[in-house]
Design a protein around this ligand. Sequence first.
Ligand code: DGJ
Length: 742
Amino acid sequence: MPIYVNDKAKEFHLQGKSYSYIFKVMKNNQLGQLYYGKKIKHRPSFDHLYEPRFRCDTVNTFPDDTAFSLGTLMQEYPAYGTGDFRYPAYEVKQKNGSRISDFQYQSYQIIKGKPKLEGLPATYTESDDEAVTLDILLTDKLLNMDLHLVYTVFEDDDAFTRNVRFVNHGEEAVDLPVALSASVDFPDHRFVMMQLSGSWARERHLYERALQPGVQSISSTRTASSPQQNPFLALRRPDATESSGVVYGFSFVYSGSFLAQVEVDDYGVSRVTMGINPFDFNWHLSPGDTFQTPEVVLVFSDQGLTGMSQTYQTLYRRRLASGKWRDRVRPILINNWEATYFDFNEEKLVTIAKEAKKLGIELFVLDDGWFGKRDSDTTSLGDWFVDERKLPNGLSGLSKKIRSLGLDFGLWFEPEMISKESRLYRQHPDWVIHVPDRRMSPGRNQYILDFSREEVVDYLYERIASAIEEGNLSYIKWDMNRHMTEIFSAVRPAEQQQETGHRYILGVYRLYEKLTTNYPDVLFESCSSGGGRFDPGLLYYAPQAWTSDDTDAVERLKIQYGTSFVYPVSSMGAHVSAVPNHQVSRTTPLQTRAAVAYFGAFGYELDVTKMSDEEKQIVKQQIAFYKANRQLVQYGDFYRIDSPYKNGGNVTSWIVVSPDRKQALAARYQVLAEPNPPYARFHFKGLDPDTLYKLDGSDRTFYGDELMHAGLLLDDLVPQGIQSKQSLDFSAQLFKLTAVND
Ligand code: DGJ
C-alpha cells in the first residue's frame, strides 16, 4: 500500500514508485513536512527528520519553547499570522476582521481509489486498486470549521495529487481570500525553476532560472490559464538533464487565474505554492457551505526531465483525458479557417471537402463564420443560428453533403462570448460580464458572457446541443478569444463579487460536462486564440487542444517541444497550413510542415483545391503515412532529443517509441543549412537495446543499443552542405524503425 501511517508518531508517508513524501503532526497539532524526494524505506518513526531549532529573529508558538517557530519549520499547509512570515497557502477572514486560524489535526481516513472533485475536472481512477487516497481532517474549534487535506497516490505513476476542502460548520460566514491547493517546503533552494511561458502565437516556450532568495512566481489574472503562463512549474536540480537527475513537477488542473510560486526564505527553504490566484479572488463561505479547491498534480522524477514529462503525459492521457475519444486514434481533419476565413458558402466548402476526401482526410471542420451574420469578427457571437445567406440548406444540408462524401463533420463555437451586435445582446444585455455604468472594454470586438449564471450556461447548452443534432456533428472546436475585464456579475451580492472568476470557470466546466455526457461520441478540441487555454482542466473534457494559431513549422518546434514537458502528443492539435505562413510569412517545404504536424493530432488548414497536382500527391502520401503511424505517434512514449532552446536552436529532434518498443518514429529538424557542417550523428532514445530494427526506406538494420549509443551517421542518409542538391534550410528527416522479427 503506498500510504503508511505511523499512528503513534502521527506521521504519514506517501510512497510512490520512486518517491517518498512524509509529513507529521507537530507539537501545535498542525502539520509539518519532513521529506519529499527519492523513495526511502518506511520505518516506525521519522521524527529525527523533524527540525525545531532555535533561530534568531523568529517568533515562537509556545512561551517556553524557543525552538518551535512556524517561521522556520517546514509546513504542510501554512497559514499567515502566527510566526510564519512567508506567503501562506490559505487565509480565513472572520466577521470580526481577524485572519488568524488554528486548524488542528483530528483524524485521517484512507480511501481506496480516488473520490471525484465536486464540479471540477481532475485525474481519476477506473478501478479502486489504481490509487489510494488519504483524507486528513483538521478543525478550527473556535471557527467550527473543517479543513480536509486530500492526497491521492497513484500505484503505477510517479505522481500524487493534492486538493483541499474547507467546510464551514459555524454560524457565521467567513471569507477565503486565499485558498491554494498545495504547498511544499523543500529544505534547500539548489534548484532551477522551469516554466512554460509566451504569448499569442508563441505559447509554452521553455524558460529557466536559478532560484534566488525571495519570491519568484508565474501567474495569470486573466480568468484563463493563458498563453502568457501555463499552470505548471518544475524545480530541477542544477545537474538534472533530459535523462538523469531529480526533477519535481507541479501542474494545476484548472483553466482560470492561477498562481504558481516559489519563495526562498532566509534559511534557504523553498516553498512552492500553487492554486487559484488570490489576486482578485475571495470566496464567501456561508454557514453549512463547502469550498473545494482544484487539484495539483505533483510528479517526482529521478530520471530527469524525460521521466517527469512521461509521467505527466501518460497520466494525463490515460487518467485525466476522459470519454470515448481518450483511447481512440484521432481523425485527420481539414479546417477551413486559413483557407477561407469568413468568406465561404456551401459550394466552396463542399468543393474543399470533396478534394480533401480524395486526399484521404476524414473529418471536415467548419470554423468561424457559419452563424448569425458573421462576415467579420465584429458581430454575431451568441447567435448560434445558421447563417442562411452562406448555408441556405442549413447545418443539416451542409452536413449531409459532407457526410455523403464519406467525411465526418465538425463545427466551431465560441460559447463563452457575445458580440454587441447580436440578437442575444439585445435580448440579454445583463448576461455580459460588466460593471453597471462603467465602460466595457472590448477585446477582438467582443465581450464575455456571465458563465457564473446557470441560465446563461443552459442557453448555450441548448444552442450547441441543437447544432450537434441538426448538423450530426462528430467534432466541436470550442474557441475562446479574449480575457476577462470589468469582472462583475449582475446576480451576485457585493460580498460575492470576487467569486465571479472562479464561478465562471465552474460554468465552463458545467457546460463541457453536460455536453460530453450527453454527446459522448463528439470529439471536443479546446482552443483559445490557439493554445491560450492549453491546460489540464480542459484536457479532462477535450482530449485535444489547438496548440497554437502559429502553424509555421519552425515556430511550432519550440511550441510543441515546450508543450511536451507536460502534455501528451495526442493532445496537441497540429496542422499543415499554406505558405507563406499566415502568422510569420515564412515559406517552408510541405514535407517539413507535415513532419512537424505528424507529432500531434494531425490535420490540414489550407485550401486543398488550390494545390498543384504534385502537392496533392505529396499530401496523399503524408496522410497515408500518418494513418499508418498515428497509433504509434499518439499513444507511444515521447522522448525529446535535441532542444530548440539550446545550442542556437538550429536542430530540434524527438522520437516516439511504441509501448512494446517494436516501432519508433524519430524526427530531426534543421532550421538553417550549415556551411561545411561537422559530422552529425543521430542518437535515438527509448529503444530496446537488444532489438534489431530495420530503418524504413532502406534495407539497413541496427540493434537498438547501437542506434542509441553510437548513433546513426546522418551523412550516409542525407548529404550535407555542398553535396546536397536540395536546400537544407527548414529541412526535416524522419526515421521510422520497425523491429525485425526473429
Ligand atoms: C482563433 C482560433 O485559434 C483560430 O483557429 C480560429 O478558429 C479563429 N479563432 C476563428 O475566429
